[in-house]
Design a protein around this ligand. Sequence first.
Ligand code: ADP
Ligand code: MG
Length: 418
Amino acid sequence: MGFWHQAVDGHGVFTVVSGEAGVGKSHLVDVVRDGAQRQGGSIVTFQCSPHYGDSPLYPVIGCLERMAGLEASDPAREKRRKLDHLTERLAGTEPHAAPLFAALLSLPPDQCSDLPAMSPPLRKQRTLTALAALFIECCRSSPSLLLVEDAHWMDATTLAMMELLAGELEDLRLLVVVTTRPVWSLPVAGFAHAVTIPLRRLGQDDVLQLMEQVSDGRTFPNEVVKVVMSRSDGVPMFVEELTKAMLESDALVQHDDHFRLKGVIDDLIPATLADLLTSRLDALGEGKDVAQIGSVIGARFEEGLLRHLSEMEQASIALALARLVDADILAEENSAPMPLLRFHHALLRDAAYGSILKRRRKDLHGRIAALIEDKHPEISEKEPETLARHHEAAGNVLVASEYWLKAGRRAVGSGANV
Ligand SMILES: Nc1ncnc2c1ncn2[C@@H]1O[C@H](COP(=O)(O)OP(=O)(O)O)[C@@H](O)[C@H]1O
Ligand SMILES: [Mg+2]
């Protein structure tokens, strides 16, 4: 939290938390977020996504929708009113912020009609400046924490916006925390003050501590600890998953404050981590089916869409979802514009997706594309790449290519670095 205090004092800090999947980047972010929130900081989050690395400003658009409080059900006029309200304080410096944002959010042309004609590169530049101005204004009213999750999936235009912001950092009450897998190489020139915080795997003592955290303080026999240490390699996510798998199996008998082993461990836990994740899904019965369908929709998905796709009864779906949330496989997100379910970890989604038969996967992608076109026609304008991806995976090559083309044109229109 030292960096946070430095930021509160008016010296912005840019940090990059780097480490492999499951090593605890998001966990660290949660701790920093809680601390900043308790001290009255504003929290701004950019969540990058594996499916939207080519969609210009995707994480910023989600953030803008949340900041403005846009609901999916709001009519376009209401959305524009909320954008006007959000950008009120920018009127002096960025008079076109609201129509630029309206265009970025794909509101219909009549909601951006006060936008003067400009070339695509100029529009891109103005949009980026207006966005940076909005975030800077946010830091003026209260110290702010900008969380950029999973930057290895960040698009080039968001990166350009971040560079603008980083240029102003010196005098801002802003702490930027970027998380990324090590593959992402930070364009350091733009972020001269960036502090890199590499996260490493846990040592023995920390593994032990994490295991006891999962078991509510009960201790494990040595054999169990040894197996968890060697199989997890000290990656916290796998320490957690292996410990949960142990607790859910009948291998351990509980005695007051500790567990005793009954049976042979080797037969009780799966040999590979992929198997481990799949077996946790298997243990959930109908929950597995629901998780699988969700994984085909994406890393985060709308409950309504899932309900249309599943053959299960509505009550069973609700029960399955509750179990998945309970088991920390899914998390509920009360984010605007609509409540979503999100896989607790990318690796869990991969495991669910990987456990579906290819034919069923293909069929699901096709049905999802059709449902989105039917229920959310605005997606074909707003996120053509989503439909392109589902059609492609469904084998509808021609339709997919039309959507990819549209996504490409949109990218140029809203100023991607192409
Ligand atoms: N230091 C820690 N203490 C307790 N749990 C942790 C710690 N680090 C990670 N975890 C747990 O491990 C899992 C994966 O961590 P996460 O932060 O999501 O990884 P990453 O974002 O690096 O992929 C989560 O369930 C998280 O709660
Ligand atoms: Mg993470």
